[in-house]
Ligand binder design. Structure first.
Ligand code: ADP
Ligand code: MG
Length: 314
């Protein structure tokens, strides 16, 4: 298959590993910086250029789109989709995952476990909003925060109210959750590829911290997720439409609760912790949809000719 990896930097660990794994399996692979892809859209068709040259003929695209370029990156990915490329993580699925509120709405609708969550806009409603959630401690999160940076713990109702007030003053979107104390500062990252959890790691927050993010000083170790945890992770990825996802769970008295579904999960931490060849699993999942010479396997993915209109997409 002819594969594009959308990534800002070919030297990043995850990008390098995917390139390596694709080449080892005989695929043609190129790293494209999504911010250097530019597009003409008109009624007579599309054209996409990259550093002055036309981009055509990619069978598949693996997006590695960071949170800071979600909008532009997903527009570029959507363009690849419209030009007939297959992607395990479509642009719409990435947009759903990046928005914590939308993600939780979709998970709840599928009956997937998650911490009770509230959100509201008007200061006059704050008291009732918090009453709908229950007594503190509360976890207050920026809707589009990452790496634990926008996640706060409040122990008293007055603290919850003042943090909410401050965030509203900054026009920040946020949600408020019940604090799941029994997670004890640990979470579980399940790496989902298609219908399987190919690796899992447990991350533990350092002493005095409730956020287990590695960027907040957490430590990781490879573990085997239970059958229930694997099933929840796979269902969560499916609920958002992601073929490849890092699903973060916490263990609670009422079973695994999904905190977030990462659409561009990093490979470095989890390959190191688990010892698994996750890049290989990703490439085999994507490459498995194509025959030897790049043609799609019938019935597995739509052929470009079915998807694009008779117009000639440059
Ligand atoms: P981010 O996208 O910034 O990583 P998360 O929602 O994943 O935000 O939260 C970061 C970390 O904070 C989690 O990995 C978990 O350890 C902790 N955490 C988040 N929400 C809760 C909660 N409701 N109860 C207990 N711990 C939580
Ligand atoms: Mg997280």
């Amino acid at each position: 298959m002819k594969l594009a990896i959308l990534s800002r930097n070919s030297k990043l660990y995850s990008t390098r590993r995917l390139v390596e794994a694709a080449r080892e399996r005989g695929h043609t692979v190129r790293v494209l910086d999504p911010l250097r892809c530019y597009i003409r859209i008109a009624t007579d068709g599309f054209a996409m250029h990259y550093k002055g040259r036309q981009i055509t003929g990619y069978d598949a695209v693996i997006p590695r789109v960071g949170a800071s370029i979600t909008r532009y990156g997903s527009a570029v990915l959507r363009q690849f989709e419209m030009m007939g490329s297959y992607t395990p993580n479509p642009s719409d699925a990435i947009l759903k995952a990046r928005d914590k509120l939308r993600c939780h709405q979709l998970l709840a609708a599928q009956g997937i476990g998650m911490p009770a969550t509230v959100f509201g806009d008007n200061p006059d409603d704050t008291q009732d909003l918090l009453a709908m959630l229950g007594p503190p401690p509360h976890v207050i999160k920026l809707n589009e925060g990452t790496q634990g940076a926008g996640v706060m713990l409040t122990e008293k109702p007055s603290a919850s109210r003042s943090v909410i007030e401050a965030l509203r003053g900054l026009y920040a979107n946020f949600l408020v959750q019940e604090f799941v104390a029994e997670a004890k500062g640990a979470d579980l990252r399940c790496f989902v590829v298609g219908d399987a959890v190919v690796a899992a790691m447990k991350r533990q927050a350092p002493k005095g911290e409730f956020r287990s993010n590695l960027h907040r000083g957490g430590s990781a170790k490879g573990i085997r997720a239970s059958a229930t945890e694997q099933e929840v992770a796979i269902r969560a990825a499916k609920a958002l439409g992601l073929g490849i996802a890092g699903v973060d769970l916490i263990r609670s008295k009422r079973g695994p609760l999904v905190l977030e579904v990462n659409a561009s999960p990093g490979l470095e931490g989890i390959e190191a912790a688990s010892g698994e060849d996750i890049a290989g699993a990703v490439i085999e999942f994507v490459g498995g949809r194509f025959g030897r010479r790049g043609s799609r396997v019938a019935g597995v993915a739509r052929a470009p000719s079915e998807k694009s209109s008779p117009r000639n997409y440059a």
